[in-house]
Ligand binder design. Structure first.
Ligand SMILES: Cc1cc2nc3c(=O)[nH]c(=O)nc-3n(C[C@H](O)[C@H](O)[C@H](O)COP(=O)(O)OP(=O)(O)OC[C@H]3O[C@@H](n4cnc5c(N)ncnc54)[C@H](O)[C@@H]3O)c2cc1C
Length: 397
């Protein structure tokens, strides 16, 4: 049988690891996801198994103890994980972005200190730009780091929506500093903030209040972060480069967009799998509903959309791996795949009839997870801004 989302031209290692992750998902994730998700329980056993498989260090260079794999390998593994449960892919997503940013922009000392511990999953990364008053408009960040003039900074302000905020031990945080630049985004600086995992005032001046209650994407912790006189060292600045935070974070978000499109593909594939199975099991008017053309055509539409999204995601990952600029490709892949995922989960839900509304059927979880992909790493409107700006520049009359 032809399966969806096959990728041509993979190396032997890529084929092997993607197939290992797929088997792991079928055996360990899919059978437990529903129960853990409904109870909003952190999937500790799954996370421990992912650590053992080396997934936390997939893209970290071998010299720092990682597997030194490409963005494509990472994205294909994420697609498989999200096929099982989107929250599980969320556990490694922010970690992967922070490790990528340190690899690309960190000083030698920061790379040597953080990357080996990140490769094993001992140190776990979270990524914080958003605040209660802003998400899309990153340049408007209000949290401020005041230079004390003695090699330290004092940070005050509130951050919002930290995926893995409680479970992480390293938060890459974008804050405002006074660089005297006329453009607001040139006054933004990324700090690497180390903390213990947990909730409450985990270190003096840094509080993680608790888990936010969400529609879906449950199991993993999404939190606020409050700085109140938190003391950071100048050496905690990513790359020790004040004023470069916006560009460093946007570089991280760009690979994050490939990752979100991979997640959307994974959720979409699962929604299709559930629909195609159910459509052959459920009969109405004397035949399986798959034999009604209206349903069969929906299956064809779903599969075509998912396949197209997968190809765009693979293209965006390969472009980044080749060193080419991929902002438009990543934006298009993220925009298209997340929209497709929302449509396909909705179609699968409809095919399930009334049972789609039951908490006993997996599709209800997918229906609650999919909308987040329209928002995270930049909404569809923001992707369209990025894509259209570049198109208008490239096609200037
Ligand atoms: C579960 C979850 C996890 C998250 N995890 C993280 C995380 O780990 N780290 C992090 O930093 N953030 C995280 N976020 C935040 C996320 O990135 C933001 O929610 C997102 O960027 C949108 O920002 P906003 O919510 O402030 O919406 P707003 O920016 O206020 O946008 C509101 C609406 O206006 C539209 N809009 C805004 N500006 C424009 C424009 N110029 N043109 C057209 N339309 C526009 C948007 O598309 C949207 O529809 C998370 C969010 C959620 C829900």
């Amino acid at each position: 049988m032809t399966k969806l989302a096959q990728t041509l031209g993979l190396t032997e290692f890529q084929t092997e690891i993607v197939s290992t992750v797929r088997q792991f998902v079928d055996k360990e994730v899919i059978p437990t996801a529903q129960e853990l998700e409904h109870a909003d329980t952190y999937p500790q056993a799954i996370v421990d198994a992912m650590r053992e498989m080396g997934l936390f260090g997939l893209m970290i260079p071998e010299e720092y103890g990682g597997l030194g794999e490409s963005l494509l390998t990472y994205a294909l593994c994420v697609e498989e994980l999200a096929r099982g449960w989107m929250s599980v892919s969320g556990v490694i997503n922010t970690h992967f972005i922070v490790a990528y940013m340190i690899r690309q922009h960190g000083t030698d000392a920061q790379k040597s200190y953080y990357l080996p511990k990140m490769a094993t999953g001992e140190t776990r990364g979270a990524f914080s730009m958003s605040e209660p008053e802003l998400g899309s408009d990153v340049a408007a960040i209000r949290t401020r780091a005041k230079d004390n003039g003695d090699g330290t900074y004092t940070i005050d302000g509130q951050k919002m929506w930290l995926t893995n905020g409680g479970s992480s031990t390293l938060v890459a945080t974008l804050v405002r500093t006074d660089e005297g630049a006329d453009k607001p985004h040139r006054n933004l600086t990324a700090f690497l903030v180390e903390k213990p995992s947990g909730f409450g005032e985990v270190v003096p001046g840094l509080t993680i209040p608790g888990k936010l209650d969400k529609l879906g994407y449950k199991g993993i912790d999404t939190t606020e972060l409050i700085f109140d006189g938190y003391r950071a060292q100048a050496t905690d600045i990513l790359g020790e480069a004040p004023g470069q935070g916006f560009f460093q974070m946007m570089d991280g978000v760009e690979v994050g967009r490939v990752n979100v499109s991979a997640r959307a593909c994974g959720v979409g594939i699962r929604a299709f799998e559930l629909a195609v199975r159910y459509a052959q099991q459920r009969s109405t008017f004397g035949k399986p509903i798959a034999d009604h053309q209206a349903i069969a055509f929906q299956l064809a539409e779903m599969a075509t959309k998912v396949e197209a999204a997968h190809l765009m995601m693979v293209n965006a990952a390969r472009l980044k791996d080749s060193g080419e600029r991929n902002d438009v490709a990543a934006g298009m892949a993220k925009y298209f795949a997340s929209e497709v995922c929302a449509e396909v989960t909705q179609q699968s839900f409809r095919i399930h009839g009334g049972y789609g509304y039951s908490k006993e059927y997996e599709i209800e979880r997918l229906m609650r997870d999919a909308p987040f992909l329209l928002i995270g790493e930049g909404t569809s409107e923001i992707q369209k801004n990025i894509i259209s700006k570049r198109l208008l520049a490239d096609y200037r009359v």
